[in-house]
Write a new protein. Structure first.
Lengths: 421, 232
C-alpha cells in the first residue's frame, strides 16, 4: 500500500519537475522519503521471482557511457533491461528511474538490470542491489574534495564488487587491474584492455599511485586501434569494427568493457556483430561529446569532470577549437587540477565564464593562451559567445563545461528533457 | 640572468595541481627576461644541490610511501642546498616531509628530510575547503585538502585565516615557504613568486609587462571570487 502511494506520488512529482525542466532526482527523493528501502524492495522482488542478472558499473570515468552501451547491447539481443539514466547514479536517481516501469505493487518485469553506481553511494547501494556482475572501469584522481585520496575509492569499489560472482576489470588501469588480481582466487574475473601502442602512456594520463603488476589474465576484449570515432576491438581474438558515440581512446575502452559485460550476461546468446552494431548506432550520451544547436549552428559539448577525463577529451579533439566557450562553477569546488592539464590543444578561448572563471583565466594567462572575454555571469557570457564568434572553418562551436554548467546550458538552449530520457 | 628550479617527485607528489607553483615561477621569470629552467627529479634520481628553488608538492598515502626510499638522499642534498641559500617551496605532504617523521597509519611512518623541527600526525578530521588569510600584510587565498597536521616548533606562514577551522597554516622559515594551499598557491598569490625570483636573480619581475599584468590581474580577481564564495 505504502509502495503504491510512493510510486503514485513520485510519478506526480516527476510530471511537475519535467514541466519545469528540472533534474531527474527529485521524484526518487520523494519516494525514498516515504519508503526508504524502496530500491532494495524492488530489487529483491526481481531477483526472487526470476534469476535476473544484476550488473553494476562503477569507477571514476565512463560510467554513463559504458552503462548506455551495455544496455544497447542487451536490448539489441531482444532483452528487456532496467537501467538508471546517465548521471542518476545516486539512490534517489535509481528510485526515480524505477518509477517509469514499476507496477504499483513494486514489480519490474525485466530480463536484466544494469546500473551505474557512484563510487561512494555504491557501497550502501550494493547491499540493496545485490549485484551478480560488477564492471570496474578505472580509478583515477577524481573529486578529491569529496574522496580525499584515490586509495579510499579503491576500497569503495572493492566493496561494491565483492558480492558479485563475476567481476569485469579494466586491465589497462593499475587500480582496477589490482582489484582484479585480488578477486581472482574467489571470483570469476574477466579482463578488458587497450594495447600499448594505442595508449602508450595509459588512457588517462593521471597517476593514482598504484603500479600493480600485470596479471596473467588474457583479456576477453582489447582495443587494438582508434581513429577518431572508429575503433577496432579484438573480441576473443577476432577483430570487431565499432563506431564510437564520441571520439577518443577512453570511449573505445568503455566499449570494450561494455562488450565484455554483454558477453558474460548473455552467455551463449551473445553475438559480437549484433553487439558491435548496437554500439555503433548509439548517439552520444547526454552532455558527453554531444552536439546541440545554439545560435543557428551546432555546439559540441565537452564535459570537464576531472583531470583525467578532461585530458582524454582534449586529446581526442581532432583539431584546435575555432570558437570556444569555457564555463566552470562551484560544482567544481576545487579546480586546482587545471594546472595538471596539458592545454596545447587550445590556441585561444573566446569566452570564459562561471564562478570559477577567474581561476581558469589565471591558468590560461600562465599558459599564454589568449582569452576574449571573462564574464562570471553565465547567461551574459553565453550571449557574448554567440555574438563574438561565427563558425567558419569548423562549422561548429565548442563548449568545455562542468556538469552543472552543462545542465544550465542545455536548459538555456531549450533542451528540456531530463537527463537520459 | 638565470633561475634554476628543481621540481621534486612530480609523479608521486603533485596530484593537486602543485606543478602550478613551478609554472608561475618559470613564466614570471621568463616574462622578466630571466632564463628559467625546470628539472624534474624522480625517486631514484640524485638531487641537484646548486638550484635556486626546490618545489615539493602534495600527495596521497600511496605517494608518501612511494617517496620514502628517496628521503635519505633528499635530506642530504636539500640540507646542503638550503644552507647554501636555496628557497624551498613545500606544499601539503611535501611540507610534512621536511619534518623528521610523517605518520601514515597504525604505527606506519615515513622519515622526513629533517629541515624543520616538526613531526606530522594524522588529523582527527580531514581539513578540506577554500580559505582566506594573510602572509604578513598580503592577503592570500587558496584550497586545502589535508589529513595531516604538523606538530613542532616553527612560525606559521599563513595567519588570520577565515573560512576553515584553523587559525594559521604552514611553516615560514628562512628560505622555506611551506603551506597546505595546494595547486595554485603561487599562481593565485604571485607576490610570493616575485619575491623568490627577485631574491635569487636580483631582477624585479616586470609588473608592466602585459603577460605579467594579465596573470597578476586574473590572480587578484580569483582571490576576490574565492573570498566571495566564502561569504567574506
Amino acid at each position: 500500500m505504502l509502495v503504491a502511494l510512493a510510486v503514485l506520488l513520485g510519478r506526480f512529482v516527476r510530471v511537475v519537475t519535467r514541466m519545469r525542466g528540472g533534474g531527474s532526482a527529485l521524484p526518487g527523493w520523494v519516494v525514498l522519503k516515504l519508503v526508504p528501502d524502496f530500491v532494495a524492495r524492488v530489487m529483491t522482488r526481481i531477483q526472487s521471482d526470476h534469476a535476473v542478472p544484476v550488473a553494476v558499473v562503477t569507477g571514476s570515468n565512463g560510467k554513463s557511457t559504458t552503462t548506455s552501451m551495455a544496455v544497447a547491447i542487451l536490448e539489441a539481443h531482444g532483452k528487456r533491461v532496467f537501467s538508471n539514466p546517465s548521471g542518476g547514479n545516486l539512490p534517489q536517481g535509481i528510485a526515480s528511474a524505477m518509477l517509469t516501469d514499476v507496477t504499483l505493487g513494486g514489480t519490474l518485469s525485466v530480463d536484466a538490470v544494469v546500473l551505474e553506481l557512484d563510487e561512494a553511494y555504491g557501497v550502501q547501494l550494493a547491499d540493496a542491489v545485490r549485484p551478480s556482475h560488477a564492471l570496474l572501469l578505472n580509478i583515477q584522481v577524481d573529486q578529491l574534495n569529496r574522496f580525499f585520496e584515490p586509495e579510499r575509492v579503491v576500497e569503495m569499489v572493492r566493496r561494491i564488487a565483492e558480492p558479485a560472482h563475476t567481476v569485469i576489470v579494466n586491465d589497462s588501469d593499475a587500480n582496477t587491474r589490482s582489484l582484479g588480481n585480488q578477486f581472482a582466487p574467489t571470483h570469476d574475473v574477466v579482463g578488458f584492455d587497450v594495447v600499448d601502442r594505442v595508449a602508450p602512456d595509459g588512457v588517462y594520463g593521471a597517476n593514482a599511485g598504484n603500479d600493480a603488476a600485470k596479471d596473467a589474465r588474457t583479456p576477453l576484449v582489447s582495443v587494438t586501434a582508434v581513429d577518431g570515432v572508429n575503433t577496432t576491438l579484438a573480441y576473443a581474438g577476432e577483430p570487431l569494427a565499432v563506431r564510437l558515440p564520441s571520439p577518443g581512446v577512453h570511449y573505445a575502452v568503455d566499449a570494450a568493457g561494455a562488450l565484455a559485460l554483454g558477453a558474460r550476461l548473455l552467455g551463449d546468446e551473445f553475438d559480437s556483430s549484433v553487439a558491435a552494431s548496437a554500439i555503433s548506432d548509439m548517439k552520444p550520451v547526454y552532455g558527453r561529446g554531444e552536439t546541440v544547436e545554439a545560435f543557428g549552428s551546432p555546439l559540441t559539448i565537452v564535459m570537464m569532470k576531472n583531470h583525467p577525463s578532461l585530458q582524454a577529451n582534449l586529446d581526442a579533439l581532432s583539431e584546435t577549437p575555432e570558437s570556444l566557450y569555457l564555463a566552470v562553477d562551484d560544482g567544481t569546488p576545487d579546480p586546482s587540477w587545471i594546472y595538471d592539464i596539458d592545454l596545447s590543444r587550445l590556441d585561444h578561448v573566446d569566452v570564459v565564464s562561471g564562478s570559477k572563471a577567474w581561476q581558469w583565466e589565471t591558468r590560461l594567462a600562465y599558459a599564454e593562451i589568449p582569452t576574449g572575454v571573462v564574464e562570471q555571469d553565465a547567461r551574459t557570457a553565453f550571449e557574448a559567445f554567440g555574438t563574438n564568434t561565427s563558425p567558419k572553418r569548423q562549422k561548429h562551436r565548442t563548449a568545455i563545461v562542468n556538469y552543472e554548467q552543462m545542465m544550465d546550458l542545455r536548459r538555456e538552449l531549450g533542451y528540456m528533457e531530463i537527463e537520459g530520457e | 640572468m638565470t633561475l634554476r628550479i628543481v621540481h621534486l617527485y612530480p609523479r608521486e607528489l603533485g596530484m593537486f595541481g602543485d606543478v602550478g607553483n613551478v609554472i608561475a615561477l618559470q613564466m614570471r621569470a621568463r616574462w622578466s627576461g630571466i632564463v628559467a629552467s625546470v628539472e624534474s627529479v624522480g625517486v631514484s634520481d640524485a638531487v641537484p644541490e646548486n638550484a635556486d628553488v626546490y618545489m615539493i608538492g602534495s600527495g596521497s598515502t600511496a605517494g608518501l610511501r612511494a617517496v620514502a626510499e628517496a628521503m635519505p638522499t633528499l635530506a642530504r642534498s636539500l640540507t646542503r642546498a638550503h644552507s647554501a641559500g636555496a628557497t624551498v617551496v613545500a606544499i601539503g605532504a611535501g611540507l610534512h616531509l621536511l619534518g623528521s617523521r610523517v605518520d601514515i597509519a597504525d604505527g606506519e611512518s615515513v622519515d622526513g628530510a629533517g629541515l624543520i623541527d616538526a613531526t606530522s600526525t594524522l588529523r582527527a578530521e580531514r581539513l578540506v575547503g577554500p580559505l582566506s588569510g594573510s602572509i604578513g600584510k598580503q592577503g592570500v587565498t587558496g584550497y586545502v585538502n589535508s589529513g595531516h597536521q604538523l606538530i613542532g616548533t616553527f612560525n606559521p606562514l599563513v595567519e588570520r585565516i577565515e573560512g576553515l577551522s584553523i587559525e594559521s597554516d604552514g611553516v615560514s622559515a628562512d628560505g622555506i615557504l611551506g603551506t597546505h594551499l595546494h595547486g595554485p598557491f603561487l599562481p593565485m598569490n604571485p607576490k610570493f613568486a616575485d619575491d623568490i625570483i627577485e631574491k635569487h636573480t636580483g631582477v624585479a619581475v616586470d609588473q608592466d609587462d602585459p603577460r605579467v599584468s594579465r596573470a597578476t590581474g586574473a590572480a587578484s580577481h580569483s582571490r576576490v571570487a574565492l573570498r566571495r564564495e566564502l561569504g567574506l
